[in-house]
Ligand binder design. Structure first.
Ligand code: SF4
Length: 160
């Protein structure tokens, strides 16, 4: 059975930076029931607390953080790139351990966003790009969807 990597906050786990969570989502509940879900919050796994300061990637995207040419900074200017990179590597370890080819990660996050992230100005402006974990997983061939694309994720799973 193919497993799916899922952002913990989409499963109702209160791990978001503000102590909140998202969901419920029927598709994710069904996959949980089937035993398909491998859950991870990269930021918490990488060593950050909950709640924590919001973080964005000024002047870059997850790909640049992976390459060391951009940093993840909090609203206070603290560099949390190391924790974000650690979380991304732990996600990749899970993917390799379970042979995962599909992930459903939270939209717009500097870790998990698959299509858009915030622009680094902490003003709510979103720009095309990926978070650190999403970028690393895509680089290794994982199809990354968000909670806004659950039908597409289910179709991709069925096609494996
Ligand atoms: Fe954790 Fe990703 Fe959810 Fe942020 S979006 S709380 S990093 S699982």
């Amino acid at each position: 059975m193919h497993k799916v990597l899922v952002s913990r906050c989409l499963l109702g786990h209160r791990v978001r930076y503000d102590g909140g969570a998202s969901g419920p989502f029927d598709q994710l509940a069904a996959w949980l029931q089937e035993g398909r879900v491998v859950a991870l919050c990269p930021e918490v796994a990488g060593g950050l607390p909950t709640p924590r300061a919001a973080a964005e990637i000024p002047g870059g995207q997850g790909v640049q953080v992976l390459e060391g040419t951009a940093r993840v900074l909090t609203t206070a200017g603290e560099d949390v790139s190391a924790q974000f990179l650690r979380g991304a590597r732990l996600a990749l370890e899970l993917v390799e351990k379970h042979g995962i080819r599909i992930a459903v990660l939270k939209a717009n996050s500097p870790s998990c966003g698959n299509l858009l992230t915030y622009d680094g100005s902490f003003s709510g402006v979103r720009v095309p790009g990926e978070g650190v974990t999403a970028a690393l997983l895509k680089r290794h061939g994982v199809q990354v969807f968000s909670e806004l694309q659950l039908p597409e994720a289910a179709a991709a799973l069925a096609a494996l």
